[in-house]
Design a protein around this ligand. Structure first.
Ligand code: GNR
Ligand code: NI
Length: 164
């Protein structure tokens, strides 16, 4: 299974809004498998299809210690949010940058699994943060969008400088 290339900020393709998956088929499952492999290799706790230049509403997440609890979210939707929490975030598309972002503390989300079966679950902690971060990716949004214009400009400059 091939590793996929991860787009790096400020690549414009990270701004595309992903389209809903109309049917979960073998092509979807192959992409999901490649996304898990890419995420574990990176390593990261989540990956949105947008980051690998596929503009479909597909996310993979594994926040477990032993990396043995893969979660597939197809057409994810955040149903409700509770509380607020400031936490440090990183992003595979913005390597080396870690900044504090405000998120909901806990959420209820729904999605389809890799078999196309709908599920709904509650999340808090890192999983809640991660789902919010990944759904943002599908909407073309990045965590730096929550920072001040000054901080964002500095990060942009740094990323361009480190570009090969
Ligand atoms: O690996 C990741 N870690 C992380 C840490 C705090 C908040 C969000 C994340 S998601 C990130 C992987 C990634 O970029 N997913 O889009
Ligand atoms: Ni990210």
């Amino acid at each position: 299974m091939p590793l996929l290339d991860i787009l790096v900020y400020p690549d414009d393709r990270l701004r595309q809004v992903a389209a809903p998956v109309s049917s979960v088929d073998n092509a979807t499952r192959n992409l999901v498998d490649d996304m898990f492999e890419t995420m574990y290799d990176a390593p990261g706790v989540g990956l949105a299809a947008t980051q690998v230049d596929v503009h479909q509403r597909i996310v993979v997440i594994d926040v477990s210690e032993d990396k043995d609890q893969p979660l597939t979210l197809i057409n994810p939707e955040i149903v409700s949010t509770h509380g607020k929490l400031a936490g440090e975030e990183g992003c595979l598309s913005i390597p080396g940058i870690y900044e504090t972002v405000d998120r909901a503390e806990s959420i209820v989300f729904k999605a389809l699994d890799k078999d196309g079966v709908a599920y709904e679950r509650e999340a808090d902690g890192l999983l809640a943060v991660c789902v919010q971060h990944e759904v943002d990716h599908l909407d073309g949004k990045l965590f730096v969008d929550y920072l001040s214009a000054l901080k964002k400009r500095r990060i942009r400059k740094k990323m361009l400088k480190h570009e090969k």
